[in-house]
Design a protein around this ligand. Structure first.
Ligand code: HEC
Ligand code: HEC
Length: 191
């Protein structure tokens, strides 16, 4: 073979070795899908737990949690006041009124060494944080997708109890958009 034909062949082979590259169109669709992911992740039902500080937030306004509740060493509260003192495995019956503590299994904040804080991040910062294994507890796209699809604290966002507004995008739509974004290798928007 002549050099003229070998070079393009090598280029084609090395591209193939990296797996299929997302096409420009796939990338554009993935970026649009990420906008939905962002909308959900930064909804008050999600970001009230995904915070940089030492206390959870509450309400749509994201005010500091009442009663001096703290993150604690594992994210499950201070030794004398664990989240489970008040938050059960499921929401209390509606008869308890709108201000009863909501509930879901393993209610708590991420641990202090992986705060998984998203509140106030720009789209590109949020995107980088979600993907960073250092920031997300070592999860790859498959593990993230599983978490977003099945985790009980995530699902609680669509059944928050009391008078709380659920996440504004349907859960199936979040899962579909997350999949689409991840399938294109999780491209990040530029700010
Ligand atoms: C009651 C607090 C709480 C709420 C509400 C909550 N999360 Fe989380 N989230 C956590 C905790 C705790 C972890 C860490 C769990 C672990 O590492 O196993 C976590 C981890 C995650 C992760 C994996 C780690 C990462 O940084 O990517 C994702 C994704 C996630 N949450 C998405 C959501 C979404 C989306 C919502 C809203 C629909 C939500 N969470 C609502 C507490 C919460
Ligand atoms: C002393 C009881 C108590 C403890 C302990 C407690 N909470 Fe709460 N929490 C409540 C009550 C009550 C509400 C509901 C307040 C309302 O809606 O008026 C609430 C609401 C919340 C909300 C509101 C969600 C929203 O989107 O508005 C989050 C998040 C939350 N708690 C997280 C935690 C975490 C995490 C811990 C442990 C680190 C914890 N709480 C410990 C009583 C408690």
């Amino acid at each position: 073979m002549r050099a003229r034909t070998v070079l393009p062949l090598l280029v084609a082979l090395s591209l193939a070795a990296c797996g299929p590259r997302p096409s420009t169109e796939q990338r554009a669709q993935a970026l649009a899908a990420f906008a939905t992911v962002q909308q959900v992740f930064q909804h008050p039902r999600c970001q009230n737990c995904h915070i940089p500080g030492d206390a959870p937030l509450q309400f749509d306004a994201g005010v500091r949690h009442a009663m001096g509740v703290m993150r604690g060493a594992q994210g499950h509260g201070a030794p004398g006041l664990p989240c489970a003192t008040c938050h059960g495995e499921s929401n209390p019956p509606a008869s308890y009124g709108p201000n009863a503590p909501p509930g879901a299994p393993h209610w708590g904040l991420p641990p202090p060494e992986h705060k998984m804080a998203w509140i106030g991040l720009s789209p590109s910062e949020l995107c980088a944080t979600i993907k960073s294994k250092k920031a997300n507890g070592g999860r790859d796209f498959a593990a993230l997708l599983e978490h977003v699809s099945e985790d009980k604290l995530v699902l609680w966002g669509w059944n928050p109890g009391g008078g709380r507004a659920p996440v504004s995008v349907p859960h199936e739509e979040l899962v579909a958009k997350f999949k689409q974004w991840a399938a294109a290798d999780g491209p990040c928007p530029s700010d």
